[in-house]
Design a protein around this ligand. Structure first.
Ligand SMILES: NC(=O)c1ccc[n+]([C@@H]2O[C@H](COP(=O)([O-])OP(=O)(O)OC[C@H]3O[C@@H](n4cnc5c(N)ncnc54)[C@H](O)[C@@H]3O)[C@@H](O)[C@H]2O)c1
Length: 354
């Protein structure tokens, strides 16, 4: 490692050029394995810092391609304060055609920038970090938004790819157990793959592969949407007569009338009412935001009380600050274990006049 010493650049040790490290997916996975509770606590703290204004989280930027209309790459720049204090960028692509070729839809990197110098000090494989923070957020919401109701015992997964698998892992890793686990997917291969995962997870519960969306929803107390639908495909309000808790992670599955008949919680209002999410469609239809009860942070801090006799829909847009918090956790774990792969001479022009 040949980054400059503090003495070469400044009397203030904070202004040293940091070493630059690359952290692989294998290292990320090892750092996060079995840490569901710690990560859920970290995600909760991050929502609180964000809710208190100790963050910068501008709108995500969507790069789309005329020649590949189903694909996109999203940039999520952010800065988080609190105990984390790091800036950075997640750069995540979604190429749905990958799945038919046998590789995951999403791939990503996360760049962490030093708080004092702005220097990037790490790049991390980030599809795992992204799935982890999404699942931790869903598990946190399942816990907090079901308070005051009988503890749900029947979970239903609507769309069962990688994100559904991570959410199930996070739910079971944070003390949820279910008598019934329902599965619905348009792809029989996905449903079978997820069933295989469930069986070998050892989490228990009777597994049912449902033949219709209606059957899945009607027989679930918690419904997890993790499809890749681009526009609403669930319209029938009567399917929700039993008032489930809905984790609407894929954001575009539910028709506006379902949301209007439900209590709606989001992660961040400005973020979520964009990009033709179902909440955005409701705002476009009604011209107002009255249908929103508040954010998850509002519920956690007691600013918003939830009814127990209505369907609750949590629509999390997915905040860059969560990626940063989980990414910095991974970086610190890898550094503590002495596993950082530092790229020598990555920053090379480190004296202004040579
Ligand atoms: N809100 C967030 O923070 C956040 C974060 C990460 C991912 N996501 C979203 O989660 C979703 C799932 O991601 P993934 O990586 O698991 O995708 P994936 O491609 O691995 O799996 C999606 C599954 O949904 C199924 N599906 C698609 N349309 C369906 C429909 N109408 N009904 C039933 N099943 C359907 C597909 O067959 C597939 O098995 C994506 O929409 C992604 O954008 C959200």
């Amino acid at each position: 490692m040949t980054a400059t010493s503090p003495a070469e650049t400044s009397a203030d040790a904070r202004f040293a050029v940091p070493p630059f490290a690359v952290i692989s997916g294998a290292q990320v996975q090892e750092a996060l394995l079995g840490r569901e509770k710690q990560i859920m606590d970290l995600v909760e703290a991050t929502y609180r810092w964000h809710g208190a204004g100790d963050s910068v989280n501008p709108p995500s930027y969507f790069l789309r391609f005329p020649d590949r209309p189903s694909a996109r790459i999203i940039a999520l720049p952010a800065s988080i304060g609190g105990d984390v204090r790091v800036d950075g960028l997640k750069w995540i692509s979604s190429f749905p055609d990958n799945v038919a070729a046998g590789i995951p839809r999403a791939s990503a990197v996360l760049i962490l920038n030093d708080h004092d110098t702005g220097y990037p000090f790490a790049v991390l494989e980030s599809s795992i970090i992204s799935a982890t923070r999404t699942a931790a957020s869903a598990a946190l919401a399942a816990d907090r938004l079901s308070q005051g109701r009988p503890r749900p015992t029947r979970v239903g997964f609507f769309g069962v790819g990688l994100i559904a698998r991570y959410i199930h892992t996070f739910l079971t890793g944070t003390d949820w157990s279910f008598d019934e686990v329902g599965v619905f997917d348009l792809s029989a291969a996905s449903a079978a793959g997820f069933q295989g995962y469930l069986e070998q997870s050892g989490a228990g519960g009777r597994i049912t592969l449902h033949g219709s969306a209606e059957a899945l929803i009607r027989s679930s107390d918690v419904v997890v949407f993790a499809t890749i639908a681009g526009e609403p495909h669930v319209h029938d309000m009567s399917w929700f007569d039993h008032h489930p808790l809905v984790l609407h992670v894929s954001l575009r599955d539910l028709a506006p009338e379902i949301l209007l008949a439900s209590t709606n919680v989001v992660d961040d209002v400005e973020h979520c009412l964009k990009a033709n999410t179902s909440p955005h469609l409701v705002e476009q239809r009604t011209g107002n935001r009255d249908f929103l009860a508040g954010t998850l942070d509002d519920v956690m801090t007691g600013r918003v009380d939830l009814p127990t006799d209505r369907t609750i829909v949590f629509s999390p847009f997915g905040l860059g600050v969560l990626d940063l918090a989980v990414g910095k956790y991974v970086y610190d774990e890898v550094a503590r274990a002495g596993g950082l792969h530092v790229i020598d001479d990555f920053f090379h022009e480190v004296r202004r006049y040579g």
